[in-house]
Every structure is written in C-alpha cells, then in structure tokens.
Design a protein around this ligand. Structure first.
Ligand code: NI
Length: 198
C-alpha cells in the first residue's frame, strides 16, 4: 500500500522518534509499504516519521546511485547496486573522515536541493528486518543516505544543516510546501493545506 508522505512543516518531522521492539504490530507490512511508497516517489531512502510514524526505522535502496559500466569510476558509488536495507533502532556509533558537500533532497521537501556537508564515513549498529543485530561501516553515497535518514529519526531535516541565510532564502518555498501549494508527482500530506482546496 502506498502511504502519503508527510510534508515539511508537520511537527512529526521535528520529533525524536522512539525505539520499537519485536512485538511492534504489523512491522513486516509497514516495511513493505514503506518500500512501495519510496519507489513510487523515486526516493533512495525513507524514514518512518515521513509516513507519520514516530519510530526509529528507516529503509534505503541506493541502486539509482550505482554506476553503469561505461561511466567514469566514482569511488563513492561502490556497492550501491545492492545497497537495499532496513534499519531498525539504528545507532550511529561514529562518524569519521573529511566533510564533503552533496546536493541533498528529501521526499518531504520536494523540489528543493541544497548542498549539505557531512563526514565521509559512518559506523552504524542496527537491527535488520529479521531482528539480527549488525554493526557496519559505510562510506560514499551509502553513508550519505544513512546520515540523512538517521537525521529523520532524530527529528532533523537537511534544511537544519543550512546556514541561516540560505534557510531564510528558502522560507517562502518551504511555506508553500507546507501549504500544499506545489505540484508533486506522489501522494503527500500537507500540514497547512486548507480543507477543500485542491
Ligand atoms: Ni529526507
């Protein structure tokens, strides 16, 4: 089932989400729905708060970042072809390396992309969809997607990483997103949309 994606301005996107346990109701179905929703919206990551659930869960599929054979080699794209994962109760244990800039976007903030600086490498522990505890190290685009999605379960958006000036320049566009005054090719829920208006 495709779920509506919560738009910028909804308080759930600013809330620190809570951990879940194995008894969380219909978890498998929720994960399936999140993948379906993410693919429909052509995203590479989706966190539970974005579909209205304030729990520490996110999914990723970085395969759109995988390289074609004829492309110039990009070390940041290594391993992206099968970077499809479920992260439950994740903890970023460490972030290391040089910060690098990347133009990030977010399904909750359609049509806005801005350069965000983050460290190269993350060590993350989490439970996978079978409740197996993992600890892994990621770099490049995989690390970037994890850092962005992990922020979501902490109530942080990529716009929170921008300078006050850059953020101020985006104010109007962000307000329009909250009000639903934007064309989006996937289903969304807008916090400030007036009833009866389409
Ligand atoms: Ni996002």
């Amino acid at each position: 089932m495709i779920l509506p994606i919560v738009a910028y301005g909804d308080p759930i996107l600013k809330k620190e989400a809570v951990e879940i346990d194995k008894d969380y109701p219909d978890l498998k179905e929720l994960i399936d729905d999140m993948f379906e929703t993410m693919y429909e919206a052509s995203g590479v990551g989706l966190a539970a708060p974005q579909i209205g659930k304030s729990i520490r869960l996110f999914i990723v599929d970085g395969s759109p970042f995988a390289e074609d054979d004829d492309e110039e080699e990009d070390p940041k794209a290594e391993g992206m072809e099968d970077f499809k994962k479920v992260f439950i109760n994740p903890i970023i244990e460490e972030e290391e390396g040089e910060e690098w800039g990347f133009n990030e976007g977010c399904l909750s903030i359609p049509k806005i992309r801005e350069e965000v600086f983050r460290k190269e490498r993350v060590i993350i522990s989490y439970y996978d969809e079978n409740w197996e505890l993992k600890e892994e190290t990621y770099e490049g685009y995989a690390a970037r997607i994890i850092q962005h999605e992990y922020d979501h379960v902490d109530g942080i958006l990529f716009t929170d990483h921008l300078s006050p000036l850059k953020k101020r320049l985006l104010t109007k566009r962000l307000q329009n997103i909250s009000k639903g005054e934007i064309e989006v090719p996937y289903k969304m829920k807008f916090p400030l949309k007036k009833k009866g208006r389409t």
